[in-house]
Design a protein around this ligand. Structure first.
Ligand code: UD1
Length: 418
């Protein structure tokens, strides 16, 4: 397994461009099989979650080719509706295939999805919504089989604004007869991106970005060529890296509107932030104050996917911060690793009390999930001395060219191949 050797304490200076959003690209890849025409998704990041989704598409019989960062999917000859458990368990986003396969073929089967172990992560909201659209579902020994004669538009009210369930409903409902209205929908920018992509394929979806989305189903869908939105979580991770290390960094591709609460929190830490169009510039003196409280919420609240990175920042700042994780049950598994680096953090259920120690020190640590792993990398960049960060397969799920990008900003980070 690869590891990073990181020599901490280097200021970060320079400008980088955010990659396309992982959380857009994955549902877009699932959406590509809604039509038998070729679909091209441009500027796709080289991350292992994308490679896994490409394997799933090949498994159902699609031809998937990647060249110059663009992915071309041709599912004209797709005929398999069943995704093997080995692939489903690798990647939670495999569950999106249920929506798109049902819309195209009226049948789909997969094992319960996997992904990062950050909580229970049930899919009851997905399955109940599919039932509302007329799908019969059988669950046996961890395997889910779905079928219907046709999908029928329906009114669906989500008890919780689940990102994945909202996206799955969109994917299925474009293939339904009649109109579907989703109330209590998630409002993440990646859902707006999925709406735009579906409309580029000829669908009639409106309202994404608000909590009511309307899908006029049954239109014939055709091929499209599409560039996804940029990754606000990746961009936020680099901004936090600069805050921790000190320096001046510009991140291109993401506007202040999708990272509003992070920028507010970084200002509280003592950083200066300037936003202009789709650029964010951060200046940090490196000595930071703790945030009083950070509470994760569905968009536009503070993103759970930046919780771990901000905990790492607070661990090396001055003061006391309380972090409240409201989305996932076990999203503090990286905390014992930060404690190895000198952090003083107490986890009590969904809350973590972080007593800032001013500066962390280098240690040998291991990633246990994607964002927790990113937090360890950022902590090591700011720490005194050298760190080893092991189990990089987790960060490779979501960050393309992580060490090259950080290296271009002046970080001392090296990947050692196992
Ligand atoms: C997506 C993102 C992930 C992010 C999360 C929250 C992708 C590929 N992943 O994950 O990076 O951390 O949104 O912003 O876009 N829930 C249920 N039943 C369900 C579905 C969800 O109880 O059927 C619960 C989950 O357990 C969790 C909460 O709802 O507590 C939020 O989950 P959800 O918004 O669905 O997250 P994902 O789509 O899995």
């Amino acid at each position: 397994m690869d590891k990073f050797i990181i020599c901490g304490g280097k200021r970060l200076e320079g400008s980088i461009c955010a990659q396309s959003a992982k959380n857009s690209v994955l549902p877009l890849l699932a959406a590509s099989v809604l039509t038998g025409d070729p679909v091209v998704i441009r500027e796709v990041p080289d991350i292992s979650d994308v490679a896994c989704m490409a394997e799933i598409l090949k498994e159902i019989g699609a031809e998937v080719t990647m060249a110059d960062g663009n992915v071309r999917i041709d599912s004209a000859n797709a005929s398999n509706h069943s995704i093997p458990p080995t692939l489903t368990r690798e990647l939670r986003s495999s569950v999106f295939m249920l929506g798109s396969l049902l819309a195209r073929f009226h049948r789909a089967a997969c094992a319960y999805p996997g992904g990062c172990d950050i909580g229970l992560r049930p899919i009851d909201l997905h399955l109940n919504a599919l039932k509302r659209l007329g799908v019969r579902i059988r669950e046996r020994e961890g395997y889910i089989t779905c079928e219907c004669e046709k999908l029928k538009g329906a009114e669906i009210a989500l008890d919780f604004p689940s990102v994945g369930a909202t996206e799955n409903i969109l994917l299925a409902a474009v293939g339904a007869e009649g109109t579907t209205v989703v109330g209590g929908a998630a409002k993440e920018p990646e859902i707006v991106d999925l709406q735009n992509f579906l409309n580029a394929m000829g669908a009639d979806v409106s309202g994404a970005g608000t909590d009511v989305i309307r899908i006029g189903g049954g239109r014939p869908l055709h091929g499209a060529s599409y560039t996804p939105v940029k990754d606000r979580i990746e961009a936020g991770s680099y901004l936090i890296a600069c805050a921790i290390c000190g320096g001046e960094v510009e991140v291109r591709g993401v506007g202040g509107d999708t990272l509003g609460l992070l920028l507010h929190k970084l200002r509280e830490n003592g950083c200066k932030i300037h936003t202009k169009n789709d650029k964010i510039r951060i200046t940090s003196g490196g000595r930071l104050k703790c945030n009083r409280k950070i509470e994760t919420m569905p968009f536009p609240g503070f993103p759970t996917d930046l919780q771990a990175q901000m905990t790492a920042l607070n661990a090396g700042a001055e003061g006391v911060a309380v972090i409240a994780e409201n989305l996932f049950e076990t999203r503090y598994k990286y905390v014992p690793e930060l404690i190895k680096m000198g952090a003083d953090i107490e986890v009590r259920g969904r809350n973590a009390v972080v007593r800032g120690v001013g500066r962390l020190h280098g240690a040998v640590v291991s990633c246990g999930d994607l964002r927790g792993g990113a937090a360890l990398v950022l902590a090591a960049l700011g720490a005194e001395g050298t760190s080893e960060v092991h189990e990089l397969s987790y960060v490779d799920r979501g960050y393309a060219d992580l060490e090259q990008k950080l290296g271009s900003l002046g970080a001392d980070i090296r990947r050692v191949r196992a």
